[in-house]
Design a protein around this ligand. Structure first.
Ligand code: UD1
Length: 430
């Protein structure tokens, strides 16, 4: 099992390039099967989740040609099978986007029902409600969701909860339904907009993405396109907090600063300097940071995917902070790990009370999930001494060349595959 060994204490300094947005790419790759023409996608992040989705797509007959590590050409004219294997959905929940895409194009999809996951129970009732309102018959049999329709028709759909996944999935199916569909109470995340822009570049007629009402006039056919994915705002935010927690100075490049506003606002509030450029942000932390309160909310609120990164940073700030998680119920598992590094934290329900300590100490900790794993890396980089992070497979799901990018900023971090390799690195840096 791979691990990270980290010796903390170095401020991160330098420049880092952000990759394409994983969560946008998951929707866009699925949507790409909706045409028989060839589609080329650029700025694809080279991370595990994306590679698994591409494999799932190949398994149903999509021809995938890797042009480079960040560019792929796909043709879906010969999809022989609208049934996706459980093996893929087990590894990556977002393969459920194939339901909306297959249903829109072929009016039939069979995809395993995704289970819970590490950050909490994750129902997909709203996705299914949307498909039903579009005229699909949806049944659950032997662990599979089977959605089928003679024709998909227009609908007026109100989402009870703001859901990124439901918004994207329903939007895909509605793009090829007959008539005019309105989805209300939509998620407004940048990746919802990116998937809508992508579908429009294939000939769909979607308006209002980025607001809470999306209006879709269905089309019969979509065509090929070439499309670059937006930068990953969560990867960018992770490096911004890594700069803050290590009292560093990092220029985070290839970003859309507007997408980072909630993160930037919190960094300013706790005493960082943040300078915005056209497609970069520079974060400088020159003194001990202050406390704040934060509550996760749908975009443009503070993202739940950035909650652990601010949590670990506040563990070193002066004063007491309150972090409230309002999206997923199980996103504080990293707090126990942080306590092992000397943090003063208490979790009560969906609230964490964090009283900053002067220093954290290196320890052996485990990544409980993707974002919490990245946050523990930040904690280890800011801590005194050596830390070992287990279960980094979670981190690799969503961060491209994480350790290489951190090393280029001066971090002492090594990915090791055995106890022997770990000891060798520790000897070298001790
Ligand atoms: C997406 C992101 C994930 C991020 C989350 C919230 C992807 C691949 N993943 O996940 O990284 O943390 O948005 O920004 O883009 N809900 C229901 N019923 C449903 C669907 C959702 O009750 O049918 C609830 C969920 O339990 C949760 C809330 O809605 O409390 C938001 O979830 P949602 O936005 O759907 O998250 P995902 O799309 O799964």
């Amino acid at each position: 099992m791979e691990q990270y060994i980290i010796r903390g204490g170095n401020p991160l300094v330098g420049e880092v390039e952000i990759s394409g947005a994983k969560n946008a790419a998951l929707g866009i790759l699925a949507a790409a099967i909706m045409t028989d023409d060839t589609v080329q996608i650029e700025n694809l992040p080279n991370v595990r989740d994306i590679n698994v989705l591409l494999e799932a797509m190949e398994s149903i007959g999509v021809e995938v040609e890797r042009l480079s590590s960040h560019s792929v050409r796909m043709n879906s004219a010969h999809i022989g099978e609208v049934s996706v294997d459980y093996e893929y959905i087990k590894k990556i929940r977002a393969s459920y986007y194939l339901i909306g895409a297959l249903l829109g194009k072929y009016k039939r999809a069979k995809v395993p029902l995704p289970g819970g996951c590490n950050i909490g129970s994750r129902p997909i009732d709203l996705h299914l409600k949307g498909f039903k309102l579009l005229g699909a018959k949806v049944t659950i049999r032997n662990g599979f969701i089977i959605a089928e329709a003679e024709h998909l028709h227009s609908a007026h759909i109100f989402l009870d909860t703001v859901s990124v996944g439901a918004t994207i999935n329903i939007m895909m199916a509605a793009a090829m339904a007959e008539g005019y569909t309105v989805i209300e109470n939509c998620a407004r995340e940048p990746h919802v907009v990116d998937v809508a822009n992508f579908l429009n570049s294939m000939g769909a007629n979607i308006k209002g993405a980025g607001t809470d009402v999306i209006r879709i006039r269905g089309v019969q056919k979509l065509h090929g396109t070439e499309y670059p994915i937006i930068p990953d705002q969560i990867e960018a935010g992770t490096f911004m907090f890594a700069a803050a927690a290590t009292k560093g100075d990092v220029m985070v490049k290839n970003v859309i600063p507007k997408h980072l506003e909630a993160t930037t606002a919190k960094l300013l509030e706790i005493g960082c300097e943040v300078e915005e450029f056209d497609n970069a942000v520079r974060v400088v932390a020159s003194k001990r940071l202050g406390s704040t309160n934060v509550k996760t909310l749908p975009y443009p609120g503070y993202p739940t995917d950035m909650q652990p990164q601010i949590g670990v940073t506040l563990a070193l700030a002066k004063g007491t902070s309150i972090v409230t998680e309002s999206i997923f119920e199980n996103r504080f598992k990293y707090m126990d790990e942080l306590a092992r590094m000397g943090a003063n934290v208490r979790v009560e329900g969906n609230t964490a009370i964090i009283t900053g300590v002067e220093k954290l100490e290196g320890a052996r900790v485990s990544a409980p999930d993707l974002r919490a794993g990245a946050a523990l890396v930040i904690a280890a980089l800011a801590a005194e001494g050596i830390s070992t992070i287990d279960d980094i497979v979670y981190i690799q799901r969503g961060y491209e060349e994480f350790e290489e990018k951190l090393k280029s900023l001066g971090a002492e971090i090594e990915r090791v595959n055995s106890e022997k390799e770990a000891q060798k690195f520790i000897l070298r840096i001790s």
